[in-house]
Design a protein around this ligand. Structure first.
Ligand code: GAR
Length: 218
């Protein structure tokens, strides 16, 4: 007998949503589906009403919602509304795909072990903003992107997977964005497929958080 459990996935975005599109395409190609498992993007939520990612979601027939942070005086009331909106879908996995708000530790705790983020640097290098600029200013020869579990420390949770690129003399911030996003569009769907297949998990022991793939610490 095959056991078939469908994981509910919610994606948070703030902008263009090219990573969201890569996830939607991967889902259509069956990457989140196996004999004994599957995952489905149930909703896309943006904190910005004009985020193009909402259009991408609608085109794919996925619920597209906005919780506009400008409508709230306090971060706590924005996050309360965000949680209420997300929890309608009872997500097994919450994916940050270019979601540009810093989440409070309370919100992170609510979804601990189920939130992943993609960040355009080879973490732990260059947490926060303007990663491409810093790479160019520092004359780095290598750059990359990281997918990690989210913990209360900004861009500091356990790393699941990374992709590297070479930085060339003619590179600009824009060319780095393009090269990095090409890598992201392959990497993120891959990580989500691991999660759907129960290959990937978050474990916390003695205050140390770890990402585990196929039973091995990453
Ligand atoms: C992505 O490159 C992602 O790594 C970055 O925002 C971009 C979103 O692009 N995320 C962060 O900087 C998070 N700190 P997209 O909207 O086209 O997917």
């Amino acid at each position: 007998m095959t056991i078939h459990s469908q994981k509910s996935i919610v994606v948070l975005i703030s902008g263009n949503g090219s990573n969201l599109q890569a996830l939607i395409d991967a889902q259509s190609q069956g990457l989140f589906h196996g004999e004994t498992f599957s995952g489905k993007i149930k909703a896309v939520i943006s904190n910005k009403p004009d985020a193009y990612g909402l259009v991408r979601a609608e085109k794919a027939g996925i619920d597209a919602l906005c919780v506009d942070h400008h409508q709230f005086n306090q971060k706590s009331s924005f996050e309360a509304q965000l949680i209420e909106t997300i929890d309608q879908y009872q997500p097994d996995l919450l994916i940050l795909a270019g979601f540009m708000r810093i989440l409070s530790s309370d919100l992170v705790q609510h979804y601990l072990g189920k939130i992943i983020n993609i960040h355009p640097s080879l973490l732990p290098k260059y947490k926060g903003l303007h990663t491409h600029r810093q790479v160019l200013e520092n004359g780095d020869k290598e750059h990359g992107t990281s997918v990690h579990f989210v913990t209360a420390e900004l861009d500091g949770g356990p790393i699941i997977a990374q992709r590297r690129i070479y930085v060339e003399a003619h590179d600009t911030e824009q060319s780095l964005v393009e090269k990095i996003q090409q890598q992201e569009h392959q990497l993120y769907p891959q990580v989500v497929s691991w999660f759907c297949a129960d290959k990937l998990e978050f474990r916390q022991k003695d205050g140390t958080a770890r990402a585990i793939l196929d039973g091995k610490i990453l």
